[in-house]
Design a protein around this ligand. Structure first.
Ligand code: SF4
Length: 375
């Protein structure tokens, strides 16, 4: 029996009604086709209606699996794919490849993928840029709406949304990276709301780092002005669990939010919550340094190894967004430097989250200045 009761929300000015869980297709590259087919069909049977992929996922393998598995029920879902091409010519060729692999003649949303810098945002809109392909494809009925995605610090997304009326934006939104890339929630989301650009959340579990707290992670992101949570799904039990959470739980309330910030095992006594209580005008501002550390490696390397598996996961995820040079050059150019000979431990008592500010400052300095930290 089909149970089509998954909540739907309006996808901004597209007017599409999108299910609260979107199916992120990246992880389909990791599983055999038979499993991918079962998962995708189960998701659609349960009322899910947003399937998303990218030409780059497994070099087209994700698109191929989706095309083979569900193109026969194309009218049941909103389909999105992405390209990293920045010129019109390359983008158009990429779109034709995507359509072929997806076994369809149109995608609902075509994303300009991984726009990390202002220069990239400009290149897309420049004469001969990828936006020309978007407009042409729209006229030809191959694409319905224009989207944009970016990861980590929204250095490319903010100017992009300011300069062009994208229909849909997708970016990482979770309670961990909230403290690494605060500009997303503080500046980018209000800008999207103002411009009526629909918001899709990805990386709700911080690329899997919040694996111990899926319910809290989902309920956190449900607080934000998002149309859908695009979740990476590669196991039936995850799909079932995710669906159960959105069916039975609501967004975190303020008290639960505070509790998460205070007690979450992932934030622990290392991730700076950006509360500003340790600001000391006579010394450096630790929060400013930790903000750069967040961009550098998402504050994932705390030089402790309580559990080898978790350590390996952090090692894999810490440079996921490739913005370490941006953090280093900002530190070296404009920041007052941490004095590694100085004892800053008098600041420790100011931190409500128990962070050893002295130790963390020295770790952050070693990362940002490219020196060694001996522990
Ligand atoms: S007091 Fe702690 S949480 Fe607040 S800004 Fe300073 S280090 Fe970060």
């Amino acid at each position: 029996m089909h149970n089509k009761d998954m909540e739907k929300r309006t996808l901004g000015k597209t007017g599409l009604e999108v299910s609260i869980i979107g199916f992120g297709g990246f992880h389909l590259v990791e599983i055999p086709f038979s499993k991918a087919k079962r998962l995708l069909n189960r998701y659609l049977d349960e009322g899910g209606n947003y399937i998303e992929t990218a030409e780059s996922y497994g070099d087209g393998i994700s698109e191929q699996k989706i095309g083979k598995a569900v193109s026969g029920r194309r009218s049941d879902f909103i389909l999105a794919t992405k390209t990293t091409a920045r010129t019109g010519k390359e983008a158009m060729a990429a779109l034709h490849g995507s359509l072929k692999r997806l076994k369809t003649d149109y995608v609902d949303i075509w994303f300009m993928h991984a726009v990390q810098t202002e220069e990239e945002a400009e290149a897309i809109l420049a004469p001969g840029g990828a936006m020309e392909a978007v407009l042409k494809a729209r006229n030809e009925g191959k694409v319905r709406f224009a989207g944009i995605t970016g990861h980590g610090k929204p250095a490319g997304l903010i100017p992009a949304v300011k300069d062009y009326n994208y229909d849909v934006l997708m970016t990482g939104l979770n309670f961990f990276d909230r403290f690494n890339f605060p500009g997303i929630e503080d500046s980018l989301l209000p800008l999207c709301v103002k411009k009526k650009t629909a918001i899709l959340a990805m990386k709700v579990l911080a690329d899997g780092y919040l694996f111990r707290s899926p319910e809290t992670a989902i309920r956190y992101t449900l607080r934000l002005p998002v149309a859908s949570l695009v979740l990476g799904i590669n196991r039936m039990e995850y799909l079932e669990k995710d669906m159960e959470i959105v069916r039975t739980k609501t967004a975190l309330d303020n008290e639960e939010l505070e509790e998460t910030f205070e007690k979450s095992v992932e934030l622990g006594d290392y991730v700076c919550r950006l509360c500003g209580k340790c600001k000391n005008t006579k010394s450096i501002d630790p929060m400013e340094v930790f903000l750069l550390e967040g961009i550098y490696d998402r504050q994932m390397n705390d030089y402790r190894v309580p559990d080898p598996q978790e350590y390996a996961l952090r090692e894999r995820l810490k440079f996921w967004f490739d913005q370490k040079e941006l953090a280093q050059s900002t530190y070296l150019k404009v920041m007052k430097k941490v004095d590694t000979e100085k004892d800053y431990s008098y600041l420790n008592k100011l931190c409500p989250y128990g962070i050893d500010i002295d130790r963390k400052l020295k770790i952050a300095h070693s990362k940002l200045a490219g020196t060694s930290y001996i522990f």
